[in-house]
Write a protein that binds this ligand. Structure first.
Ligand code: AMP
Length: 621
């Protein structure tokens, strides 16, 4: 229901702005709203009836950026300039995705493994946040076009397992796209809402949300209690989906026609043709019993029974994840009251049948499985707009949050499953007399040692006045807002000095940074990477020159005068290169100095070892 208000300044009538729900998906994205006339959630559609926008971004000549169906056409012809599956990279460092780089046909920059990944497209470098913002901007423009009104407020969904950094990255992407992101909502929560589950305050239910898309599989178990959604457990496989069904069909046909895997890999066009035909067959077999089509001049057939034999092991894998999720939550299948199906691949009859059999009840598949998450996001948006006062929707922290204490131990301030918004605080003190600072490192996870958990942020509280150890009282407080985003504050109570520091997750960005980032990454990305490489080479050269100088000074007796002179010359050359050379020239200088010093360094080592061994038995007497 749209509300009307009066702008006091202008006297004009203004409509309450619509808040849209956005499903920002790995393969497809879409927008939904509550229909002003019916009060029911609907997905926004173009004139051609299309609601899904492929989550694909293409960078063309002269900086032309296209998103969606248009961009998808370039996946085969210009893979280097066409970015897909960017959601898999949100809030990730290169180390996090190292194993899977083969999956992406575009270039992921690997020069700085600990910081956020960057993606290269042509001359430019982009962060996953920027790439997602292109998709969100496209969705915003489309929504404005369809609704004929500005759209600036949104609810965006994320997988239940997304950590703080990934949620923050999604929020930042919204901000970059010009959207005020009112809430980040878990996808399974949204899917349940689309079915009206959890909308009544009295309701207490346990729900399984089974989400099988094109490339990912998630199972989430939720408990709804008086409007509060609690994530009991999640499981899944981030590289399992309908695409694997297609691949199984391609392999089956290839074997039938006598094509080897190598031949298939060589014939890019044929393999692409087969892949498209395989998807067509799979989709057809969700309705029909048999399929027949043409590829590479051959007639290829498949029956539903054959398809089921091919994909059965993959479906069983998802069922195994379901039993894993149940056991993590300490539940049996009987405890599940409702099963909600999400994702295009849940249209496969075998999938429905197996999931239904496993949970022992009929599944919810009445709504379009591609749309349910967006529809639920619209329901949540409506609640936030104040149009549905009966509902109080709260989420829960998926993992424990704490700080590092002595010996690398995790001290939990907010246990997992705390209702959000949530607040917690604890006092700490110093270990040394006169200690003026205390380091606060924030972690997320369930393990006892912080090294096994995920680090979110770190900061120093400095300026503590000199006091004996144990006397200062440093209060650390955690605040998780309704989006599941964390703010940490630290304050020394005894001295009255108050220092409070706001920390965003390690990969999060300040508002100013987000604004600056878009411009910077486009204009300076290449330079940034080069500058960083140069500074690293200069630092390495500096360290090598220092150690070599120290070494020849200490061990002058072991070097010949010629070696001494040569080494000094190489140091002087490297010194000059460090001042004005390129990264590669400096690297060359480093290698030359290393080569030169290696023989006598080894000699000195041998000497030292034989000295140390002199008069000693290797074996104890
Ligand atoms: P999603 O990521 O949720 O958009 O799901 C996309 C996946 O669903 C792709 O692998 C599609 O091939 C698959 N899909 C879409 N429609 C059908 C259908 N009718 N039967 C089987 N799979 C389908």
């Amino acid at each position: 229901m749209a509300k009307i208000g009066i702008n006091i300044a202008t006297g004009s009538l203004q409509k309450n702005e619509m808040i849209v729900g956005i499903d920002l998906g790995t393969t497809n994205s879409l927008v939904a709203i509550i229909h002003p006339d019916t009060g029911k959630p609907v997905v926004l559609k173009e004139h051609d009836g299309m609601s899904l926008v492929p989550s694909v971004v293409h960078f063309g000549d002269k900086g032309v950026v296209t998103v969606g169906t248009e961009a998808k056409k370039y996946l085969v012809t210009e893979p280097q300039h066409t970015i897909f599956s960017v959601k898999r990279l949100m809030g990730k460092s290169y180390n996090d995705v190292r194993e899977h780089t083969g999956f992406f046909s575009y270039k992921i920059i690997d020069d700085n493994t600990e910081s956020l990944v960057k993606i290269q497209a042509g001359e430019n470098f982009y962060s996953p946040v920027e790439l997602s913002s292109f998709i969100l901007k496209e969705l915003k423009t489309r929504a404005e076009h369809i609704l004929k009104t500005p759209v600036t407020k949104a609810v965006i969904t994320v997988p239940a397992y997304f950590n703080d950094a990934q949620r923050q990255a999604t929020r930042d992407a919204g901000k970059l796209a010009g959207l005020d992101v009112l809430r980040i909502v878990n996808e399974p929560t949204a899917a349940s809402l689309a079915y009206g589950l959890g909308l009544s305050r009295e309701e207490t239910k346990t729900i399984a949300v089974y989400d099988l898309g094109g490339g990912t599989f998630d199972i989430s178990l939720l408990r709804i209690n008086q409007g509060i959604f609690e994530v009991l457990s999640t499981n899944g496989d981030t590289y399992l989906g309908g695409d694997d069904f297609d691949r199984a069909i391609v392999n089956h046909w290839a074997a039938q026609t006598g094509l080897s895997a190598e031949e298939l890999a060589m014939h890019k066009r044929l393999s692409q043709e087969l892949r498209l035909l395989a998807e067509e067959a799979k989709i057809c077999l969700s309705r029909e019993e048999s399929f027949s089509g043409q590829a590479g001049g051959e007639t290829l057939t498949l029956t539903r029974g054959e398809l089921e034999t091919l994909i059965s092991p993959l479906v069983q894998k998802t069922i195994f994840s379901c039993s894993q999720a149940l056991s993590d939550a300490g539940l049996t299948a009987e405890a599940i009251d409702e099963v909600v199906m999400v994702g295009g691949s849940t249209r496969v009859p075998l999938v429905k049948q197996e999931v239904s059999r496993f949970f022992g009840k009929a599944v919810h598949d009445e709504l379009n499985p591609d749309e349910v998450v967006a529809l639920g996001a619209a329901v949540q948006a409506d609640v936030l707009a104040g149009n549905n006062k009966d509902v109080l929707l709260l989420d829960i922290t998926p993992l424990s949050l704490g700080i590092e204490t002595m010996g690398g131990l995790m001290d939990v301030l907010l246990p997992r499953n705390s209702k959000v918004p949530a607040k917690a605080g604890r006092q700490y003190t110093t270990q040394k007399d006169g200690q003026s600072g205390i380091r606060i490192a924030v972690y997320q996870g369930e393990r006892d040692l912080v090294k096994d958990n995920r680090k979110l942020a770190e900061f120093n509280l400095s300026g503590i006045p000199a006091m004996p150890a144990g006397l200062p009282k440093v209060e650390v407080s955690f605040l998780v807002n309704a989006d599941g985003i964390l703010t940490v504050r630290a304050k020394e109570l005894r001295s009255g000095i108050e220092q409070s520091i706001e920390v965003k997750p390690q990969y999060g960005l300040t508002d100013a940074e987000v604004e600056k980032m878009l411009l910077d990454s486009i204009t300076h990305a290449r330079e940034d990477i080069q500058v960083r490489a140069l500074v690293e080479a200069q630092t390495e050269a500096g360290q090598l020159m220092d150690t070599t100088r120290n070494f020849i000074q200490k061990n002058a007796a072991f070097l010949t005068p010629a070696e001494m002179e040569e080494t000094e010359k190489a140091i002087a050359a490297l010194q000059a290169l460090t001042a004005s050379g390129t990264k590669d020239e400096i690297q060359g200088g480093i290698e030359r100095l290393n080569e030169l010093s290696r023989p006598y360094a080894e000699r000195v080592m041998d000497q030292a070892i034989s000295q140390a061994m002199k008069g000693k038995n290797i074996m104890e007497p």
